[in-house]
Design a protein around this ligand. Structure first.
Ligand code: CLF
Ligand code: SF4
Length: 297
């Protein structure tokens, strides 16, 4: 609340439904699915569906061009006055699609300056994009960080695509880890508020997430959102095929409790889809499909 943080930070969180538990009862966010490509592979992801780093896996969102996305945001903003935040969270990785993501953000910064801009990324491309992020006043960035040790990381990420080259195994996880830490430090230095998402994968990073919490706190992360792996074998992810299960509610709570006293925890995440519209936990995306928006004009 306003009593335990500096005024300029409170100003950024007070009407952001993900960054403030209180705000999520009153303010809505929307996502536009402008970012189809991804530059890494997570073992819990199936590319046919939304990025499960930020969004509910197993959902197919309607992909938009930047111009269609801007139209949609302006239409939603005029229908839902509580809509304060626009996020880009897939269906792939926002920063693996920099032209589409920043074209959307640039237009919105001009046409809808009151809407806060937010994005979510796996962090691999982040250090190269910090200047662009600051240029359009994107002051909320989520990085999905599932490990701070490449030996854990290689069980989660089979490969990354970086500097025109594919890396696998330990080396892939080491590069991803270094880029995530560097990106987080750079955002903190520029005053961008950061949230860290971690996917809790029983038997792989459950105990390790305490160390993740410690390391991201040290680098200035504002919030840590520990989310349960949603394992859906029918969607054919690697973890689905190996029988990797998600955590029980008690296991999730135990890891969150073990992290108390470290970076502040977000506990009200609803694992939104990449084209979500409305209050957290509410889904009004069907009211704002492209054909309906065109009919509103
Ligand atoms: Fe979207 Fe994410 Fe921004 Fe929020 S969602 S990009 S920070 S505006 Fe929020 Fe949804 Fe959880 Fe994400 S409840 S999945 S944390
Ligand atoms: Fe899938 Fe997201 Fe991982 Fe990319 S970052 S592989 S879209 S879960």
């Amino acid at each position: 609340g306003p009593d335990d943080m500096p005024a300029e930070i409170w100003d950024k969180v007070k009407n952001h439904p993900c960054y403030s538990e209180e705000a999520h009862h009153h303010f809505a966010r929307m996502h536009v699915a402008v970012a189809p490509a991804c530059n890494i592979q997570c073992n819990y992801c199936n590319r046919k569906y939304d990025c499960s780093n930020e969004s509910r896996p197993g959902v197919v969102s309607q992909k938009l061009t930047p111009d269609q996305a801007v139209k949609k945001v302006l239409a939603v903003a005029s229908e839902i006055p509580q809509m304060t935040v626009l996020g880009i969270a897939g269906p792939g990785d926002s920063l693996a699609n920099p032209k589409k993501t920043f074209d959307t953000m640039r237009q919105l910064a001009e046409k809808a300056p009151d809407i806060k801009l937010c994005l979510s990324t796996n962090g691999l491309a982040l250090p190269d994009q910090v200047d662009e992020i600051c240029k359009y006043n994107i002051d909320h960035v989520t990085i999905t960080i599932n490990m701070v040790d490449p030996a854990v990381g290689e069980k989660i990420y089979p490969w990354i695509f970086y500097n025109h080259k594919r890396y696998t195994g330990y080396e892939a996880a080491r590069i991803l880890h270094e880029r995530q830490m560097l990106g987080l430090e750079m955002l903190t230095a520029r005053g961008v508020l950061t949230k860290i998402n971690s996917v809790l994968i029983p038997g792989i990073n459950d105990e390790h997430l305490i160390e993740v919490n410690r390391e991201v706190k040290k680098r200035g992360a504002f919030l840590h959102n520990i989310m349960p792996l949603i394992s859906e074998p029918e969607h054919g992810t690697v973890f689905g095929l190996t029988g990797q299960r998600g955590p029980t509610a008690q296991e999730l709570k135990a890891v969150q409790d073990a992290c108390m006293g470290g970076a502040n925890l977000m506990r009200h995440c609803r694992q939104c889809r990449a084209d979500a519209v409305g209050l957290l936990g509410e889904d009004r995306s069907e009211e704002f499909t492209l054909d309906k928006i065109e009919a509103m004009e």
